[in-house]
Each structure stands twice: as structure tokens, then as C-alpha cells.
Design a protein around this ligand. Structure first.
Ligand SMILES: [Zn+2]
Ligand SMILES: [Zn+2]
Length: 394
């Protein structure tokens, strides 16, 4: 075979190898992984028809993810930023395309540096967020506030909270109702209970929402409708809420957490600090008493966990969606009807798999190159040429 055609063939194989590995790792890999995920079916025995008799197929398809931590201008290396944001964008867009959720919740820590970013950097972060998490009008995107968005309690102020709420055009504490399901969004950063102005405002709003929800339940049970004590209350569908927040409710540690994405064994027994890693005991009890939620979904820990509070209130800690925080990010797929819910977890491709594919492609390229040298020149000549850097056939 003429020498030039062998070189062209080697070059073609190399291009296919590099291009194939790149196309697979950066685009294709998300499809087979996310295709394995399916919306969970609600169990009829658990009240799948809902308390208002809605059929099961009226369940809301909700995708829940957390802690995207878009890197900022100060602490984020440009390559880290490029890589992580591309991964999250591809994962999110592929999930939207394949799974078609009706509503998506992001449980806070959207931005890594919202707590201190300048107006210019904030605008840049927001622009990238909207590009990455773009969606059609069929899907509603609801964003919660986290400590990295507005700062921990001691860093938080009205300016940061209001600029966050302005971007997402909504209050950080409110109820979103979809197909008869109440999703209660809580600004958990403001539940310090120390009487700070933002804390007072959020607590006032929570008390109002609690009254509204209780009045809604009462009015559906009473034949005479709204009672006098509920005069002026805003009525919602009469069903306990699904509560969503950034901080988890109080728990001692992650010692009881199991599963593929639980905290590493050496970290599980570390004690959580109240008001920093988890909400305080008081704030947690108040939320449970006010709302009696049928499910709590929270973020912040970056690891997965299932907890049952007071033997009746299940809480799921949703792990981080960013590969920067873990090797196996995931999101929750929730089918929720007014009377019941079912959850499943969808894991994204592991970072180690991607690195493995690139390393294998690199090893194949090296082998191909050596084989080419051996065939063309003989091993000794090849090695000497390689060492002297005069291999003219490259
Ligand atoms: Zn976080
Ligand atoms: Zn956080």
C-alpha cells in the first residue's frame, strides 16, 4: 500500500477516535443514561386518585434538582466554569427533551457567588443561567433561594434578596399550585428566628400561607363553606402541601443515610450545625406544625438522604446537580397528584465514566501511533526518531 494512503488512513482513524470520544462524552452520553429514567407511577392503594377524585393521569410531572452552583467571577476558574456549565446544560436540556416535565424546581444555591457578586457579575451569572436552563412554555421553571444566592443569614440583606426575587419574578416564599397540588416554597435562609426584618417578613408570610391552607382544608370539609375565622383567607386546593426549601429540616447528621449518593462514610457521622447545615429544631418544628406537609424536598447538603420526621413527615435531601460537587449527580422525578405522590431518582452520567472514555481514546491513539511507527519504520528506528523528535511522518 502506498505510504501516503496509510498515513491518511491513520489520520482518519485518529480523527474518528478523537471526534467519536468527544461527541460521545459531550453530547451523546446523556441520552442513554437519561433514557433509563421513567416517571414513577402513583400507587392506587396510597390514594392515587386524589382527594378530589382526579384520575391518576392528572398527576403533575415534577423534576426537582438542587445546588447548581454556577461559578462566579471571583472563585471560578474559566475551564471549571465552562466544563460544569456545559455538563449541566446538556443534562438539563436532554432531560427536558426526553422526559417532558411539566414543572421544574431548583432548590437553591443556583449561583455560587450571588452572596457577594457585583451587579455586572450578577448580570453575567443570570444570563448564563437563563441560557443553560432555557425551556419551552410547556414547562414551568420555579427557583428557590439558597444561602449562596443571597448569603447566609448574617450576610443576607434586602438588596440581595430583592435582586434574586426580581430575576425570577416572584417572592421567595409562596405557594405554586399545579393540577390541584400545592407546592409550598420556603425561604429557609430567613428562618433564624432572631427577629431580623427579613426573618419577620418571611415568618409573617408563612403564617398567612399556613392559615390559607388550613382554611382551604376546613372549607372543603365543612358543609357551610368558609368559617368566620377564615374570612378573607385565600383558598387553595384542599390538600396538604409538598414543601420545598433549601436547608433540610433539623437532623443530627447523615449517619442514617443510605444509597449511591449518600454522603461519603467518613462524613456521615459529622454532626450538623443548626442554622448552618440544617434548620434549627424550633424552625423545623414550627414548619411541620404550621403546614403538616406530606413531603419535604430540600437541598444544601449536596448528598442524598431520606429522613422521616416525627414518624410521619418524609423528607428527601436532593443531591447537587453539578459534577463539581459529586461524581454522580442526579435529580428527582416526582409524580404528584392531590392525594398522593411517587418518587424516583434519575442519575446522570458519572464523571469517572467520561474521564475513562477519554483515557481509553487516548490510549488507543497512542497504540495506533506506535503500531503505525512499527509498521513503517521498525521499532528501533521509530524509537530513535521519536526520541530525537525527527519523526517526519507525523
Ligand atoms: Zn450548595
Ligand atoms: Zn446551600
Amino acid at each position: 500500500m502506498p505510504r501516503f494512503s496509510v498515513r491518511w488512513m491513520v489520520a482518519l482513524v485518529l480523527i474518528l477516535l478523537v471526534g467519536g470520544a468527544f461527541f460521545y462524552c459531550e453530547y451523546l452520553i446523556y441520552f442513554p443514561t437519561i433514557l433509563k429514567c421513567a416517571w414513577p407511577k402513583i400507587n392506587h392503594a396510597r390514594g392515587g386518585e386524589g382527594i378530589d377524585g382526579r384520575p391518576m393521569d392528572s398527576a403533575v410531572r415534577a423534576m426537582v434538582l438542587s445546588d447548581t452552583h454556577l461559578l462566579g467571577a471571583v472563585g471560578g476558574h474559566w475551564f471549571d466554569k465552562l466544563r460544569r456549565e456545559w455538563q449541566m446544560e446538556r443534562a438539563f436540556q436532554t432531560a427536558l427533551w426526553l422526559l417532558r416535565p411539566e414543572i421544574v424546581f431548583i432548590l437553591g444555591d443556583i449561583f455560587d457567588e450571588g452572596k457577594w457578586s457585583s451587579p455586572k457579575h450578577w448580570e453575567d451569572d443570570v444570563r448564563r443561567f437563563h441560557r443553560m436552563f432555557r425551556h419551552s412554555t410547556d414547562t414551568e421553571l420555579v427557583v428557590l433561594v439558597g444561602n449562596h444566592d443571597i448569603g447566609f443569614h448574617y450576610e443576607m440583606d434586602w438588596f440581595k434578596l430583592q435582586r434574586f426575587e426580581k430575576v425570577f419574578n416572584a417572592s421567595s416564599t409562596r405557594i405554586v399550585t399545579k393540577k390541584g397540588v400545592n407546592f409550598l416554597l420556603v425561604n429557609s435562609v430567613a428562618l433564624h428566628g432572631d427577629g431580623c426584618p427579613i426573618c419577620q417578613s418571611v415568618e409573617k408570610e408563612l403564617i398567612k400561607l399556613s392559615r390559607d391552607l388550613n382554611c382551604s382544608l376546613q372549607s372543603s370539609q365543612s358543609v357551610s363553606g368558609v368559617t368566620d375565622s377564615c374570612e378573607g383567607a385565600q383558598l387553595y386546593p384542599p390538600t396538604p402541601p409538598i414543601m420545598l426549601q433549601h436547608y433540610p429540616l433539623f437532623r443530627v447528621s447523615d449517619a442514617g443515610c443510605r444509597g449511591l449518593d449518600a454522603a461519603p462514610p467518613q462524613e456521615r457521622h459529622l454532626l450538623f450545625r443548626e442554622k448552618y447545615d440544617v434548620l434549627s429544631k424550633e424552625a423545623s418544628q414550627r414548619l411541620l406544625q404550621w403546614f403538616k406537609p406530606r413531603l419535604i424536598l430540600s437541598g444544601h447538603t449536596h448528598s442524598g438522604c431520606e429522613v422521616l420526621h416525627d414518624n410521619k413527615y418524609p423528607e428527601i435531601s436532593v443531591p447537587s446537580f453539578s459534577w463539581r460537587n459529586r461524581n454522580n449527580p442526579s435529580f428527582i422525578m416526582a409524580s404528584v397528584s392531590p392525594g398522593s405522590f411517587a418518587l424516583s431518582k434519575c442519575f446522570l452520567p458519572e464523571e469517572s465514566t467520561v474521564i475513562g472514555v477519554y483515557c481509553s481514546a487516548g490510549a488507543c491513539m497512542l497504540l495506533l501511533f506506535l503500531a503505525h511507527c512499527l509498521w513503517m519504520k521498525g521499532l528501533l528506528q521509530c524509537l530513535s526518531l521519536c526520541l530525537l523528535g525527527k519523526h517526519k511522518y507525523l
